[in-house]
Every structure is written in C-alpha cells, then in structure tokens.
Design a protein around this ligand. Structure first.
Ligand code: DP6
Length: 329
C-alpha cells in the first residue's frame, strides 16, 4: 500500500433539480435524475488513515468524536471501501466542514464525496471519477454529484453501476451566485435518509415525477445556454414541488421555519422590484438565494437585515474533489 494517509476536499452542492425518493433505499438508487451546482465555499476536508493499531473505526467531525448511528454509517461505507481493497484494517477519519452541519447545507454530500476520495486513495485504490461517484452515492446520494465541479447531473439509472453523476459544465462556464441565508444552524429533526423513504406516501409524488420529465431537460438547457430566468424560475418551482411532497408525506415533513418563509417572501418582493433572484431549499430551513454577480452583494446585505437570518454564506460554482498534501492529523 503506497498511501497510508490521504486527505481530500469536496464542495457541498445545491440541487436545482432535487433528488427525493429512492427506488432502492439500500443502494440509494434514486427515483429521478437530478442536477446541481457544486459550491466553492461550503466544503468539507477529510483525512483518512488505515492502521491496525486503531482497533476500531474512529470518526471525528469538526473536532467532536462521532458515535452511534452516524459512526455506523461511516463504518458501513468504509466496509465497502475495505472490501474493494481486500483489507480489514480499521480507519481513523477526521473531517472538517466550513459550514454548520445538518442545517440544510448538504454536509453529507461534501462529507461522503471527500471520504470516498480520501479512503480509496489511502488504500491505494485508483478509481475513475465515475467509479468514485458510484461509490460516494452509497454513502449519501447527493455525494455522487460532489465528486465533480461546476454543474453536475446525476443519471438515476436502474442498477448500481449505472447510477452516477457526470459534469454538465465546468465552474468557469457560468458565474451563478448562491447566497445561503442561514436561518437556523441547529441539527434537523428528520434527516434526508428517512425523508426519502416517505416520499411515496405523498399523493403528489407521482405528479412531481411526471413534471420532472420536462424540468430536467429544461434546467439542463438553461445551464448550457446560461439562461438565468429559465433556470431560476424552474429551480424555485422545483424546490416547492419537493417541499410539497415533503409536506404531504405521511408523516408530514416540515423543514421550514418562520425565517425560511420570510426570506422566500423577500426574494419574491425583490424580484418584483427588478432584482434577479430565486430561492431554493434542500431538506432544511436555510434558503439558497440564487442570483447573478451584479445583485449578489445587495442581496446579502438585505438578507442580513432580516432578523431571523443569522449569517450568509456567499458561494459560487466550485471545483470537484481535490487531493491535499497536508493532513488533518
Ligand atoms: C433535499 O443525499 O442527503 O438535498 O442519500 O439519504 O444522504 P441521503 O440523502 P441526501 O438527499 C438530498 C436531498 C436534497 C436534494 C438534493 O440534494 O438533491
């Protein structure tokens, strides 16, 4: 084994067409394809080493030892990697996020993308980007998109090996801005893994999947043509469609808080005043305000005037997985 310790960095991503619901929960085979932008600022760095002196897998995120179900999830993922490398060495994983975890910025996406890259490299496996995407998907669905930079599509596929992401356009293709309004940095009550399994219980789910037949190619085209009005209009409606499914699931999932709604209303008001901005939310209360550079700073300042907005993170399109020479331990 050449690399005993490896470190990788991956960006979170904001879905423009959302992944919600699986045909196979275990393999994370999604019901629909999805499209996202990988972010430059909201990122995770992860160092992994395998060594028999560890006795068992040790995981630390943002300086805290991870136990219980969260550690099990990482261990289960590492078992896959160990199987590929034909080893049973325990691992030490140290991970650092540049953003609050579990708050609707997809820490599992950047986390499992960075983990997949660092762990495979540490064990001397040489995977193609597509193989890495397939592997990362097993840790967290949206992580398969974070392997790549810029604008990324995940093809749903029907089997393990044909469900992976690929780059639609590199980061420099289009300088979109995602101003993330943090309205709560607390941990969410119902994680997306549980949420996905409830999607089918919504009577709106089949309507949503039908709508995506039009929306997926439309967003893809808007990215390639750099048409912000089309992209924003569809992305905003698409987010509401996913939240419509969440709200009408059994049990119902309500990820928003008062701050979420206040920001949504503000964005629509600014739009009527001529500001080009649209909102989208993942499985959490924070609002991603999509815009273009001329409006970004004014939007950030206006968002900070809203009492429930704790802070803003201004992101652009970022690079995919990167390997670093300096390690976290
Ligand atoms: C709403 O990828 O977080 O952010 O595979 O269970 O980890 P798991 O789910 P996850 O689901 C993401 C849901 C979403 C939409 C999206 O990013 O496409």
């Amino acid at each position: 084994m050449e690399d005993v310790k490896s470190t990788a960095n991956a960006g979170s991503n904001i879905a423009l067409i959302k992944y919600w619901g699986n045909r196979d929960d275990e393999l994370r085979l999604p019901m629909n394809g999805s499209i996202s932008m990988t972010l430059d600022i909201a990122r995770t760095t992860t160092s992994v080493a395998f060594d028999q002196t560890y006795e068992e897998d040790q995981v630390s995120i943002d300086g805290e030892a991870v136990q219980g179900a969260a550690r099990e999830r990482v261990s289960k993922f590492l078992d896959r990697v160990r199987e590929m490398a034909d080893t049973d060495l325990p691992a030490r994983v140290v991970s650092r996020n540049s953003f609050p975890k579990g708050a609707g910025i997809a820490s599992s996406a950047s986390g499992f993308a960075a983990l997949a890259a660092a762990a495979t490299k540490a064990l001397g496996l040489r995977l193609s980007d597509r193989e890495l995407s397939i592997l990362a998907r097993l840790g967290s669905g949206s992580a398969c998109r974070s392997i790549f930079g810029g604008f990324v599509e995940w093809v749903a596929g029907a089997r393990h090996l044909d469900s992976y992401a690929f780059p639609l356009a590199p980061p420099e293709h289009w300088h979109l801005v995602d101003v993330i309004a943090i309205v709560s940095a607390g941990h969410k009550e119902v994680g997306s893994t549980e949420g996905h399994s409830l999607a089918r219980t919504s009577p709106f789910y089949t309507a949503r999947l039908a709508q995506l037949q039009d929306d997926l190619p439309a967003i893809r085209g808007a990215i390639l043509n750099r048409d912000f009005t089309v992209l924003g209009t569809i992305a905003e409606r698409e987010a509401l469609s996913m939240h419509g499914v969440m709200l009408t699931s059994c049990p119902s999932l309500l990820y928003w808080n008062a701050g979420t709604v206040e920001v949504m209303e503000a964005v629509r008001r600014w739009r009527r005043e001529g500001v080009e901005a649209y909102f989208t939310m993942d499985a959490g209360p924070n609002v991603h305000v999509l815009t273009v550079p001329p409006f970004a700073e004014a939007i950030r300042e206006s968002l900070m005037q809203i009492e429930m907005v704790e802070r803003c993170i201004v992101c652009g399109p970022g690079e995919g997985v990167q390997y670093l020479e300096s390690h976290l331990f």
